[in-house]
Write a new protein. Structure first.
Length: 489
């Protein structure tokens, strides 16, 4: 069975409540018709009850059938509104049935007597009690969705809902009053002048009430529309949205709440952006998401990953640092780092850390790069090209030029958050990191500025032209390794 059908709303407590409303109408009509119609008042009370019960049971059966097997659909309406439309139909048909029943059983009654019964079903039932049934169906839908979350379909308008109820609960009493006045005129209980006075006053009050309702509805529509638009902007990441808190009611409180939410989300994005300047943006985002999901508890831990490590260092940095003022040195380093980091990130790498004048980058840690070794080698080539342009600009400004060495290796490392709950650092640890650092130390004259291991050479073979440079021992390791470079260097 479809979880979200009108039949699901028309069950249990709601089903009994809808039928009970018809029973309330029965007792009202029992008293009202005996008071306003001498002919009906002449009937024995048991006979009148039987007549009303016949209509009541017909109405109940019709409601049961329509709510279960209605052959038509209101495609653009919500489930409660579909039920409301059916309730109006039930009350209108019940009025016609009551009219014909009385015509058949009491043909001698004046036609006005039958019309009073019809108008009771139409004005009281279809006009007002159907709105009561609508509210019950809305409550039933909310209970159903709480238990079985439904697809998000917003088919109703709060403004329309309020205006509709305001209109009906203003118009129907006015029409009933007008009919009562006309009956009094017909029975010569009041004169035409009094009838006109009452009718004029009633219609004027009705017009003013509808005008006020229209103005109220328009203001409500405008304010709710602004809230919806603001929420859509927030959903799109536009957290600078700001609603005017110009209402002293619940809508004003909601507007203020939306503003506070947008401000909080904007601050969170700024924190994420600032955090991303200290670690890779993807790592920052992942950390924040985990931090929030774990209810702000910092969870330490690592995972094994096969990655590519790129290490680069500035040659002869110590004498350079001694010859420059700290401010000048810092400015030089920052501008150099900006150039190198841009290249690393362009090729999908993640800057793990800055170690003095050195950079440690990781490829294959984030993203979907199929060949991180190739990405690292291409990044190294572009870093050297970018360094040449950087040095050319520096020399034109009277600044020193820089020389760097780059070492690349790959292997299995442990990656994750290292430290204590008070101070964490995301990094990778393992033998490949140490080997990459040792290879980088060999990337100086007479060797080329880019060196990488046999494992890297195998991964880029046939894609990037490479050459064997040297077979050498690395500091701290007893086995000689083959080191390669690209032929274009």
């Amino acid at each position: 069975m479809n979880e979200y059908t009108l039949t699901r709303l028309f069950q249990g407590k709601t089903r009994l409540q809808l039928h009970f409303i018809s029973l309330i109408a029965l007792f009202f009509l029992l008293i009202y018709n005996r008071r306003v119609c001498p002919c009906i008042n002449g009937l024995h009370v048991s006979e009148l009850i039987i007549n009303l019960l016949i209509v009541f049971f017909f109405q109940a059966l019709l409601r049961e059938w329509l709510f279960r097997f209605a052959p038509w659909q209101f495609a653009s309406a919500s489930l409660p509104r579909k039920g409301y439309y059916l309730s109006v139909i039930v009350w209108l048909v019940a009025g016609v049935v009551a009219l014909n029943l009385h015509l058949l059983r009491y043909p001698d009654f004046p036609f006005g007597s039958h019309l009073k019964l019809l108008s009771s079903y139409w004005f009281l039932g279809a006009g007002m009690l159907a709105q009561w049934e609508y509210v019950l169906l809305e409550r039933a839908e909310r209970r159903l969705i709480e238990k079985n979350p439904a697809p998000k379909k917003f088919l109703e308008s709060l403004t329309r809902r309020i205006m509709e109820g305001y209109f009906l609960f203003t118009l129907v009493p006015a029409l009933v009053m007008l009919l009562v006045v006309l009956r009094y005129v017909d029975e010569k209980l009041i004169g035409h002048e009094v009838a006109l006075e009452i009718a004029y006053f009633g219609l004027f009050c009705l017009a003013v009430a509808l005008l006020v309702a229209a103005l109220f509805g328009k203001g409500l529509h405008e304010d709710t529309k602004k809230m919806v638009e603001s929420l859509k902007e927030i959903e799109q990441g536009k957290f600078s949205t700001m609603l005017a808190v110009n209402r002293p009611d619940e809508l004003g409180e909601m507007s203020n709440g939306i503003n506070l939410m947008a401000n909080g989300l904007q601050q969170r994005e700024r924190i994420k952006e600032a955090f991303g300047r200290f670690v890779a943006p993807s790592v920052a985002e992942e950390f924040i998401e985990k931090y929030v999901k774990q209810e702000n508890e910092l969870m330490l831990g690592v995972q094994r990953r096969e990655v590519v490590i790129l290490m680069t260092d500035i040659r002869d940095f110590t004498p350079l640092a001694e010859a420059m003022q700290p401010e000048e040195l810092t400015s030089l380093l920052n501008s150099y780092f900006c150039e190198m980091v841009a290249v690393i990130q362009l090729h999908g790498g993640m800057v793990d850390k800055f170690i003095g004048d050195a950079i440690m980058a990781v490829f294959g840690m984030v993203g979907s790069e199929k060949n991180p070794a190739l990405a690292a080698v291409r990044a190294a080539i572009e870093m050297q090209d970018r360094l040449k342009s950087y040095n050319f600009r520096n020399l034109a400004q009277g600044k020193p030029s820089l020389r760097t060495g780059i070492g690349i290796h790959m292997g299995e490392v442990v990656a994750g958050y290292i430290g204590s709950t008070e101070r964490l650092e995301f990094t990778v640890i393992g033998t490949p990191v140490n080997i990459a650092a040792r290879i980088e130390s060999k990337a100086k004259l007479p060797n080329p500025p880019i060196l990488f291991s046999q494992e890297i050479a195998d991964k880029v073979k046939g894609i990037v032209p490479t050459k064997h440079v040297v077979k050498t021992l690395l500091k701290g390791y007893s086995t000689e390794v083959n080191l390669y470079s690209v032929t274009s260097i």
